[in-house]
Design a protein around this ligand. Structure first.
Ligand code: ASP
Length: 358
């Protein structure tokens, strides 16, 4: 059964981390309490792609290609390529927001369920499609991860043309971020009336990424994540997106999962691997995502990462599909949406979530 975006899905933490944090609410979907073991996932019989909410065009492309018989990973990569090449998406590829020096550094990884092989690149500069380079690492080397200059040289060997990834829009957002950063440097912030609304709105977002998890009609699973990473990061900072098990993971016999949001939380908890392991243990995708979020909550101890009620004060989302075609998005904070495309076409649906923004 597939669920349309009109269906509200909610999950509130109930046990374990919840108790530790002082929360005792039972898991919920819509206004109804979830029965023990009940999962809030949608279900699709044919090919299906799930993604972060910025991936509506990506899931449509991926599902269409799988429907035409293409391998799930090739289809998922073609899907995210549409977003990597979009200069208006400031979270990935061309137009992705740069590091603190104004240089765009991209992270990406792919994982192919049928062969259980992965490839990744980190801190890759000047290449619009890091996911394609990650896939070449997977297919043509004995390695999993290439970084920095080595990754760039590797891409050039395969004919990728280096180009500036900074667009006029991303340059203006970065410049404004520098100007308003500190009262203790020589930059002077512009008067409020001179700041473009878009620049003001986007500069305070910290993160953004695209992940696609795909399941073919034959039940094969694959996934890809691609990102410009944390906005205005320290040069050389690598997030979760190119780290197998952290930002994405799939097991062809079980399921696929990937993430967007605070990468450091995924790096410290190997969240995508854990989500697949929860599915192996019998949880459906929605419950698997919620269990991982509870674990992150329990492991988040730093006071500056917690709100005044002890809840993780950052965004973290998972996109999951299992071998049977059940799928879900799961978010630390709701309401939140994810993108999905199956035989019913592309749409956004609501994530289950632990905490609700007031
Ligand atoms: N997870 C990404 C990172 O930490 C950022 C994001 O998804 O927004 O690099």
């Amino acid at each position: 059964m597939s669920r349309k975006h009109t269906i509200s899905r909610r999950g509130f933490i109930g046990t374990g981390a919840a108790a530790a944090a002082g929360f005792t609410l039972a898991p919920r979907i819509g206004g109804r309490a979830l029965a023990a073991g009940e999962d809030a996932s949608g279900r699709s019989r044919g090919s299906i792609a799930v993604a972060s909410a910025n991936g509506l065009a990506a899931v449509e492309e991926a599902a269409g290609r799988m429907h035409a018989g293409e391998d799930a990973l090739a289809a998922a990569i073609a899907g995210v390529n549409t977003v990597e090449a979009d200069p208006d998406d400031i979270t990935v590829g061309l137009g992705g927001l740069p590091n603190e020096d104004g240089v765009v550094e991209l992270d990406s990884a792919v994982m192919h369920g049928p062969t259980h092989r992965a490839g990744a690149v980190a801190s890759l500069r000047e290449i619009v499609h890091p996911s394609r380079v990650a896939d070449l690492v997977r297919r043509t080397t004995d390695h999993v991860l290439l970084v920095g200059d080595g990754a760039l040289e590797f891409a050039k060997m395969y004919g990728f043309e280096p180009q500036s990834l900074l667009t006029d829009k991303s340059r203006r957002i970065w410049l404004y971020w520098k100007q308003k950063m500190s009262e203790h440097d020589d930059w002077i912030p512009p008067p409020p009336e001179e700041i473009e609304p878009d620049v003001r709105r986007l500069v305070d977002r910290l993160t953004g990424t695209i992940h696609v998890s795909a399941r073919s009609g034959e039940g094969d699973l694959s996934c890809v994540t691609t990102t410009s990473g944390l906005f205005f990061k320290i040069p050389g900072r690598v997030g979760d997106s190119p780290i197998i098990g952290a930002g994405l993971y799939c097991d062809n016999g079980v399921g696929s999962a990937g993430s967007t949001g605070r990468g450091e939380a995924n790096l410290q908890n190997l969240c995508s691997y854990q989500a697949v392991e929860f599915m192996r243990a019998g949880l459906g995708p929605a419950d698997a995502g919620l269990e991982v979020l509870k674990r992150v909550t329990a492991h988040t101890k730093r006071a500056d990462l917690l709100d005044d009620r002890g809840r993780p004060d950052f965004g973290l989302k998972f996109y999951l599909v299992d071998k049977r075609g059940r799928y879900a998005g799961a978010s630390m904070w709701g309401p939140a949406e994810f993108a999905v495309c199956d035989d019913d076409g592309p749409r956004t649906e609501e994530c289950v979530y632990l905490f609700e923004r007031e």
